[in-house]
Each structure stands twice: as structure tokens, then as C-alpha cells.
Design a protein around this ligand. Structure first.
Ligand SMILES: *[C@@H]1O[C@H](CO)[C@@H](O)[C@H](O)[C@H]1NC(C)=O
Length: 277
């Protein structure tokens, strides 16, 4: 039933009018609903005493009228008329910055919130991983979370998950914040590779490259130093003479039968003059 304000004629109509004005679909408890009182006029039917000329007869001495005389008096009867009545009604609408949607006042953001939602007039709340006033810019590598407001805690060149902040370690590192190197014997992405180094060589935590101990060589340190060389990186020359062979680590000479080792630490093979037991 649709009732316009100028059809509020009868008392029943007036009640319906008031009802239709106050029964707004907006919830007045909603803090985003603004209301004020406004006046309006309605036409009502009202009763009033309407005067009229009442004629009646009395007996009198008037012989010509058969002793009956006509008299007048003002009398009143109830009549009805249209009157104007000023009414007040509460007018509700969404507060500035809000608009009505499904009987609710929701905030309006002039810029669409691209990866987020509008939580207050022209204010976007961004999803984790997104920032900027309209949530259209992805977090840079050093930030994460809603509005990219959290700083990445990852170490050693690790990348941060833009949503959770979890660290994606660079090759050779491990741990919650990638603060630790791979355990000895492992290397590479997520420390999943096994080192191939032999003879007690250490392995580079990133590349797996072997660092040989003194006396060893080869990609996996699987070889002894070549003849004539010894020591770290097999860079030292052997001092042994006269067919002596050199220890690949210490350079100590082993002399052939009939020859003697000479000297304190690095030795060479000589014959006479000092024969000792
Ligand atoms: C979001 O903001 C950026 C820069 O502030 C602008 O270039 C872009 O057009 C905006 N996007 C929308 C959908 O409003």
C-alpha cells in the first residue's frame, strides 16, 4: 500500500501515514545512519459545530396564522471540514560518505579497493601482500602483510612471503629466518643436496664445492697430490732428492734403501758421510 502525504485524509489514513514515515528500512542504531526531524503538513478531517437557522413554531395570538407564529433560532450541528495539521517525522538517511545498500549504510571509497575492502569513507583495508591507498600495489621484497606494514625479518638474502612473512631461504641457508648455514655435509636449495667431498674435505654450503685439506686434490678431493707436490692445495714442492718419495700431506721424505733422511721436519735423502743407526 503506497500512501502519499496528501492522501492522509482520514484518521486511519493519518495513522498509516505516520507508520509509513517512521518505518524506515534503515536501522537507527546503525552509527552510519544520520537522522533529523522534519515537519510536514497533512490534510485531516475535523469536526466542528456548524451553525444553522432553525425554524420552529409557537402558539401566539396571531389569528391570521391560526394562532401559530414562526420563530428562528441559531442552532448547531456537527459538521466536518478539511484542516491542515503540521506533523513531525524522523528522516533517516546514510551519513555523508556512506550509501545505502541492502538496508545498510556502507562506506563509499571513491577509488575502488583493488585488493582489499572499503572500511570507512575513502579508506581501504588491504589484503595481506597488498598496499597503497587503493590496495593496488604488491608488497616489495622487504615488506609483507596487510598494507605491507610488516618488515621482512629474513636474513642472508632470503625473500619474504608477501602474505605470511615466512622466509624463502637462498641456497645454502636454513632456519626460521634463514640465519643458519646448511649443516656440514649438505648444501644448496633448502640444504637438500648432499656433499660429495672426500677425505675430510669441507663443502661450500651454497655451491657444494669441495675445499680440500692439505695433501688432496680433485673436484671431490678424491686424489692425493701429484708426485713432487704436497701440502695445502698441493702447492708445495717436495724437497726429496735421490729417489725419495714425498708424503702428500707433510712432505716428509721416504728414502730408498741405502739412503738416509736428513733434517728436522722436511727431509731429503742423502748418502754418507754420516752413517747412523
Ligand atoms: C589505484 O591507485 C593507483 C595510484 O595511486 C592508480 O594508478 C590506479 O588507477 C588506482 N586504481 C583504481 C582501480 O582506482
Amino acid at each position: 500500500m503506497v500512501i502519499s502525504s496528501n492522501s492522509c485524509l482520514s484518521f486511519i489514513g493519518l495513522l498509516l501515514c505516520l507508520w509509513s514515515r517512521t518505518a524506515s528500512s534503515l536501522n537507527l542504531e546503525d552509527p552510519n545512519v544520520c537522522s533529523h526531524w522534519e515537519s510536514y503538513s497533512v490534510t485531516v478531517q475535523e469536526s466542528y459545530p456548524h451553525p444553522f437557522d432553525q425554524i420552529y413554531y409557537t402558539s401566539c395570538t396571531d389569528i391570521l396564522n391560526w394562532f401559530k407564529c414562526t420563530r428562528h433560532r441559531i442552532s448547531y450541528r456537527t459538521a466536518y471540514r478539511h484542516g491542515e495539521k503540521t506533523m513531525y517525522r524522523r528522516k533517516s538517511q546514510c551519513c555523508p560518505g556512506f550509501y545505502e545498500s541492502r538496508e545498510m549504510c556502507v562506506p563509499h571509497c571513491a577509488d575502488k579497493c583493488v585488493h582489499g575492502r572499503c572500511i570507512a569513507p575513502n579508506t581501504c583495508q588491504c589484503e595481506p601482500g597488498w598496499g597503497g591507498t587503493n590496495c593496488s600495489s604488491a608488497c616489495d621484497g622487504d615488506h609483507w602483510g596487510p598494507h605491507c606494514s610488516s618488515r621482512c625479518q629474513c636474513k642472508n638474502g632470503a625473500l619474504c612471503n608477501p602474505i605470511t612473512g615466512a622466509c624463502h631461504c637462498a641456497a645454502g641457508f636454513r632456519g626460521w629466518r634463514c640465519e643458519d648455514r646448511c649443516e656440514q655435509g649438505t648444501y644448496g636449495n633448502d640444504c637438500r643436496q648432499r656433499c660429495q667431498c672426500q677425505n675430510g674435505a669441507t663443502c661450500d654450503h651454497v655451491t657444494g664445492e669441495c675445499r680440500c685439506p692439505p695433501g688432496y686434490t680433485g673436484a671431490f678431493c678424491e686424489d692425493l697430490c701429484p708426485p713432487g707436490k704436497h701440502g695445502p692445495q698441493c702447492e708445495r714442492r717436495c724437497p726429496c732428492q735421490n729417489g725419495g718419495t714425498c708424503h702428500h700431506v707433510t712432505g716428509e721424505c721416504s728414502c730408498p734403501p741405502g739412503w738416509l733422511a736428513e733434517g728436522d721436519y722436511i727431509l731429503k735423502c742423502t748418502k754418507g758421510p754420516h752413517w747412523k743407526t
